[in-house]
Design a protein around this ligand. Structure first.
Ligand SMILES: C[S@@+](CC[C@H](N)C(=O)[O-])C[C@H]1O[C@@H](n2cnc3c(N)ncnc32)[C@H](O)[C@@H]1O
Length: 516
């Protein structure tokens, strides 16, 4: 099984131009050909052939015009004009039913031209009917595509629970708390965090905090899994609120809400301390990609061609030997450089961070990540209490350049292969998250997962568990293996990073929080 982290990605590399096909332009010369040449029209048709073709074209134009304009009111004809995409229930035999993202993208690109990479990624991941996350449980033990730290061992969530508890205590143990998790997967992490937090609060304080939970989850399949784990299936049904959110009550009696995006989180009152978790969430957000050319920044777009051998992902992984015969490299979609500026070219053009990068530089920018991190800071600043933990793989000091990869059945594949069937993931740009927030919050890290877990005391907890299982050698081996997997630099210990945000001037001392 592989985890979603990725090694050996070359940064800021120049793109080999053969990977990109520019959209073909109609030669300007063609329109200059004189109508008559050797007695033939356009050098090809006799006069009779030309007149016949002209008549057909004129008839088609006038039919289209009357369809569009109509006799009286253009709106009467709206239903008669072909819709895009054609509704899948259309009774017209000619209509092509769209029941997968490959057809959807093929038709879209045919009609409107190449798509921004972010639009492609958004549909692949969260299209309501055909998106990757919206249609399955990708973490399922047997049928899933990858595994994450909280699924490897509950000790991971326990360590986070200890961290939130100690920050909560250091802030005077506020009585009202809201845990907000972005992209909670199967709910395992928030389950382990809450269990540990509640246990510690009961044991070491006489405060019984009132805790509410907000889960930001795009997938209704995963919402159901989260509800099954966190709530009592018999006594606490999964309800839908008037605003269209889901809600229930956890096994510990907390109100729990499922929301679609960061915009749905109620700002809350100044009494509530928000404790925010984002584990492997930022790497699943859509990016825009650009290359610096002589004339300026050009956006990389997703183009469709019948079939190309796509070497886009650098499949540098032990589990996935790079092979030209690998069918996952044969894709219908691939990247192309926009020949002109697009509206998004403004993003790198106006930013100090990107403006002066040399010609040939390729960069990735994640506008959604910027919106999400700003919301997290707002949540901290509402009460001047609480904390944010962002855990992901990504770059600490470099701008990600060519990190997009597909993940399918525990191996890396082209991100353009079987859209909607393959998980997509990118490197998180931690430096950018820091730059954006450091004036509004105290920023710590990013530091490696191995270091953070050891600083919090994972070694002590693993010792305890191994002693407790002194008569079960097999269990002891499992505990030790999962510890190595989470912390060893060659496994998940180095590539995964922890970054924390705390309210500015929350504590009088400048001591970093535990773990950092
Ligand atoms: C890689 S999984 C990580 C799951 C979990 N945090 C873990 O570590 O096991 C990404 C999670 O984010 C959710 N997700 C992906 N894109 C999202 C979006 N745009 N809005 C809300 N949730 C999203 C997925 O449904 C899934 O729960």
């Amino acid at each position: 099984m592989i985890h979603r982290g990725y090694k050996g990605i070359s940064r800021l590399s120049k793109i080999p131009y053969r990977q990109f096909s520019r959209t073909a332009l109609i030669s300007k010369d063609q329109s200059d050909v004189p109508p008559h040449q050797d007695g033939l029209y356009f050098g090809k048709f006799t006069k009779a052939e030309y007149d016949e073709a002209k008549k057909i074209i004129e008839q088609q134009i006038s039919r289209l015009e009357s369809q569009i304009k109509g006799d009286h009111n253009i709106r009467e004809n709206l239903g008669k004009i072909p819709q895009f995409p054609e509704p899948s229930s259309s009774s017209s035999p000619a209509s092509k039913k769209i029941d997968n993202l490959t057809d959807f993208f093929e038709q879209t690109i045919k009609l409107t031209g190449p798509l921004p990479l972010s639009a492609y990624m958004r549909q692949c991941l969260t299209h309501p009917e055909f998106g990757y996350y919206t249609t399955r449980d990708p973490l399922h033990l047997r049928t899933g595509d990858f595994i994450t730290s909280p699924e490897i061992s509950s000790v991971f969530g326990e360590m986070l629970g200890i961290w939130y508890f100690s920050v909560w205590q250091s802030q005077g143990s506020p009585e009202r708390i809201r845990f907000v998790e972005f992209g909670p997967g199967r709910g395992t992490l928030i389950f382990d965090v809450l269990k540990t937090f509640n246990k510690l609060a009961e044991k070491f304080t006489n405060v019984k905090p009132k805790i509410e939970i907000n889960l930001i989850e795009a997938s209704h399949v995963l919402r159901k899994e989260q509800w099954k784990l966190l709530c009592d299936e018999e006594g606490a049904p999964l309800e839908t609120t008037e605003e269209g959110y889901n809600k229930s009550v956890t096994k510990w009696g907390n109100e729990i809400y499922w929301l679609d995006t960061e915009k749905d989180i109620k700002q809350g009152n100044s009494e509530i301390a928000n404790f925010v978790i984002a584990h492997e969430f930022f790497d699943a957000l859509p990016i825009k990609s650009f290359i610096r050319e002589e004339e300026g920044w050009r956006e990389l777009m997703v183009e469709h061609t019948a079939s190309v051998n796509n070497t886009q992902p650098k499949l540098e992984s032990k589990e996935t030997p790079k092979s030209e015969n690998d069918e996952s490299l044969d894709t219908k979609f691939h990247l192309t450089i926009s020949p002109k500026e697009t509206p998004s070219s403004m993003i790198p053009q106006i930013s100090k961070r990107y403006r002066d990068l040399p010609v040939g530089t390729r960069i990735e920018i994640c506008p959604d990540a910027e919106l999400y991190i700003m919301k997290m800071v707002q949540l901290l600043n509402t009460s001047n209490k609480g904390a944010v933990l962002v855990i992901d793989y990504g770059t600490a000091n470099e701008i990600p350049s060519n990190s997009l990869r597909g993940i399918y059945q525990h191996r890396f594949v082209s991100p353009f292969w079987s859209p909607g069937e393959v998980d997509l993931s990118i490197d998180v740009d931690f430096q950018n998250l820091k730059n954006l927030t450091e004036n509004m919050a105290e920023c710590y890290g990013p530091i490696s997962q191995g270091d953070w877990l050891h600083n919090i005391g994972i070694g002590h907890r693993i010792d305890q568990l191994i002693k407790k299982n002194s008569h079960h050698e097999e269990t002891q081996d499992k505990i030790y293996d999962s510890y190595l997997r989470l912390t060893h630099p060659e496994q998940m210990g180095n590539i995964y990073k922890f970054m924390a945000l705390l309210p500015k001037h929350a504590s009088s001392s400048s001591t970093p929080p535990p773990g950092f």
